[in-house]
Design a binder for this molecule. Structure first.
Ligand code: GLA
Length: 748
């Protein structure tokens, strides 16, 4: 403390002396420069420049006045960016070896500037430089004021006389301060994505990461919620929620010190990704996105959803069509007649688009299973003699749009492409080539591969401009991390070059085809991240379409990603791998909380199921879709905590809402608390009714209307084992796999 004061005093003397002789700007200017505030409507991040260092003093709810931070004497939480060595003994956000072999980096403040990027969006760039070396770091923040999201990223510039080796180069670093920390993370795999887990952080390091190359969100998602002091609920508690916008290997590190500070850093996973910065070169890290909520997890999710719809999805505020995909209906086993039938039956039940999945291509090596043909993007005329054009005509004739599946980054060894270009796949000269799902991964860092992959989409869309939707899949991770186009000493570039190459191709596609809808898929939900999503309209949430499992998968996914992007399909029963028999209403009621679609052969449904589907698709189009796709989500009853689950969406003007309730595990005699809606206007009156039911009686509006306040405080009574549901404020969940959908509408 004394040391600090004396040092400060000496600095002040030095600064005053320099100012007196005109070497430094005036006190007012200096004061202005000394505080850097990144602010959104409800959140603020405050840095102070002192002794030519930039230190973080505050991250939390926004304040009326930040001037106080010029003089507070409480210690800083940590630096702007923690660099390796020197006095830092914690996990660094930045670790490089300078051109002369020096391992440490000591960053000093040079300048900062803030500018408006667009209405409500401001960017602040803080420039730092090593004390000795011509090594510069630009730390860039973007603050979306109304949406309460902040991003952080760095640009590293080498002006040293020789190359600098980059080892760790996180996009963002946040020093956090609380008594206790509870980390929520999302783990999963194929068929079981985005499961929630929560743990208290103890001293030491906790790392979440991915090393899969592609399919970067299987195993773990690059998303976290860190509750401060006590575990947050949906509506209470302070927390930081963050994610990394990168579709390759990523890592998130939480280091709890001996003191109560937690160092949180995230970005590209540096394992096996050493990068050499040539003199004059620069490296841009991806965005680390985060928000702060003082009112629980639900609010943080809504911040991300609103931001995503406006800024991080293709046409995120435009309603999405319902669709029918043939994959689970046919797998590879189809021909033209079968597809024509599916199109016809789909149009009869009322879907708006048909999507032809895997299996339509390959001539010499037809894609009749997953062992051949991948890479040969010419139509299989044996299966589809009329080609894609004929299917588009059929689809259009029935008033629907047409979409198609591709997996352009991959190749089967049994393909004409691989025969022509074995050098295009990721490989190590001395190792066996590993396959996943019988395929190799093309080297997206190779410019020729990039041209080829762009060409697949370009040819399809040029030849068939009526294609309205592309499902872009990627079904293998990296096993042989090696490239034939990179020199020996740069093989460690492969991971990053791949993702950069992928984004480069997607940039080209979007420049030429801004309108075509695209879905990102990677063996289900293996690429659900905000690096990929700006190119896409939506993601395939999981190959698991079993509605019971989907309650959990969609619950986890909804923490960071909005319903409009979350593709959710009704499939046949019993479930493909779960073998569970589920009622058609339950299947629809679950799928309706995302972008609704179907994935079966409608012709194989019973007449009752067809009639129900017809009604449900109409209900979705006319009532549910605008509220779910563009409204705010409130998670009301967690399936992790109860044998029922409930969630609701409220239109942004709060005039309309739709509430969903499910009974996913039945035990006779279970008692449940009332389901209490959230997000309604407390003073407005709402009428209520059941929807998505065949029974017209049950769809009548309640005779009474209720205030939002009453509904939110009193809630709906759950009737599950016995009792009457005549009361409009009762939700009947009699037995396993029952569900209800309630519409709420303001009365003028
Ligand atoms: C992946 C996708 C599925 C389907 C198949 C086709 O598994 O996740 O939806 O497209 O590939 O092979």
């Amino acid at each position: 403390m004394i040391q600090f004061t004396v040092k400060r005093y000496l600095n002040i003397c030095l600064i005053s002396g320099l100012m007196a002789f005109g070497f430094l700007p005036s006190p007012a200017m200096l004061m202005d420069e000394s505080l850097i505030t990144i602010e959104t409507m409800h959140t603020a991040l405050v840095y102070r420049v002192e002794d030519s260092e930039v230190n973080c003093y505050y991250f939390g709810e926004s304040l009326q006045d930040y001037e106080v931070f010029r003089s507070v004497t409480t210690p800083a939480k940590g630096p702007l960016i923690s660099s390796a060595r020197g006095q830092n003994f914690n996990e660094p956000a930045l670790r490089v070896t300078h051109h002369d072999g020096v391992l440490s980096t000591e960053l000093t403040y040079i300048k900062h500037e803030t500018k408006a990027v667009s209405p409500g969006v401001r960017q602040t760039i803080i420039t730092l430089k090593d004390k000795v070396y011509a090594f510069w770091v630009e730390v860039s923040f973007t603050a979306w004021f109304n949406e309460d999201i902040i991003s952080m990223s760095t640009r590293l510039l080498n002006r040293e006389p020789g190359p600098v080796q980059l080892f760790d180069y996180a996009s963002g670093y946040l020093p956090l301060y609380a008594g206790k920390y509870f980390l929520t993370s999302f783990h999963g795999e194929w068929y079981s994505e985005m499961n929630l887990q929560e743990e208290e952080l103890t001293r030491g390091i906790k790392i979440l990461d991915s090393r899969h190359g592609t399919r970067s969100t299987h195993k773990l998602s690059p998303a976290f919620i860190l509750s401060l002091d006590r575990p947050a609920t949906e509506t209470t508690g302070h927390l930081v929620a963050g994610t990394i916008a990168w579709s390759g290997n990523w890592s998130l590190t939480f280091e709890k010190q001996v003191s109560e500070v937690v160092h949180c850093l995230g970005g590209i996973n540096s394992e096996g990704s050493e990068w050499e910065l040539a003199p004059g070169g620069s490296f841009q890290t991806p965005r680390f996105l985060f928000t702060y909520s003082a009112a629980g997890k639900g609010r943080a999710s809504r911040y991300f959803h609103r931001w995503a719809r406006k800024y991080a999805l293709m046409q995120g505020e435009r309603l999405r069509p319902t669709l029918l995909n043939n994959w689970e209906g046919t797998y590879f086993d189809f021909d033209e007649r079968k597809i024509e039938e599916i199109i016809r039956d789909g149009s009869e039940i009322g879907v708006e688009m048909f999507v032809l999945d895997d299996g339509w291509f390959g001539s010499r090596y037809p894609r009749d299973n997953d062992r051949a043909g991948l890479g040969d993007w010419t139509v299989n005329r044996k299966k589809l003699p009329g080609g894609i054009g004929h299917l588009i005509e059929q689809t259009h004739a029935r008033g629907m749009k047409f979409g198609i599946w591709i997996e352009p980054e991959m190749v089967n060894p049994k393909s004409e492409l691989y025969e022509r270009h074995p050098e295009w796949v990721l490989q190590e000269p001395t190792r066996d080539r590993y396959r996943q799902r019988n395929q190799y991964v093309l080297d997206m860092g190779n410019p020729s591969v990039q041209d080829f992959v762009f060409g697949i989409t370009d040819h399809l869309l040029t030849e068939y401009p009526a294609i309205a939707y592309i499902k872009w899949d990627a079904n293998s991770h990296f096993s042989n991390v090696g490239s034939t186009v990179l020199p020996t000493e740069r093989q460690s570039y492969v991971n990053i070059a791949y993702t950069q190459g992928l984004y480069h191709v997607l940039d080209r596609i979007r420049a030429k085809y801004p309108e075509v809808m695209m879905q990102v898929c990677a063996s289900g939900g293996g690429r659900v991240d905000y690096g990929a999503l700006p190119y896409f309209h939506e993601f395939w949430t999981s190959d698991d379409t079993d509605a019971l499992q989907r309650i959990f998968i969609q619950w986890g996914t909804s923490h960071f990603f909005p319903a409009i992007a979350m593709a959710a399909h009704v499939s046949a029963t019993p479930g493909h791998l779960t073998h569970r028999v589920l009622p058609i209403k339950f299947r629809f009621d679950v799928a309706m909380t995302g972008r609704l679609g179907m994935e079966l052969q409608p012709g194989q449904m019973s007449e009752e199921e067809k009639a129900f589907s017809n009604m449900a698709l109409k209900t979705y189009r006319e009532i549910v879709r605008p509220v779910v796709q563009l409204g705010d989500l409130y998670r009301l009853v967690s399936p992790y905590e109860h044998n029922i689950a409930s969630l609701m969406y409220v239109s942004t003007d709060r005039r309309r809402a739709v509430l969903f309730a499910y009974h996913h595990h039945f035990r006779f005699g279970d008692m449940f608390d009332n389901i209490r809606p959230q997000g309604l206007d407390p003073t407005a009156r709402y009428k209520i009714r059941d929807i998505n039911t065949i029974d017209p009686e049950r769809q009548k509006w309640s005779e009474h209307s209720y205030t939002g306040e009453f509904l939110m405080k009193h809630g709906f009574r759950v009737v599950s084992s016995w009792g009457s549901t005549d009361d409009p404020l009762a939700i009947g969940l009699f037995g396993e796999y029952t569900s209800e959908v309630v519409e709420l509408q303001q009365v003028d």
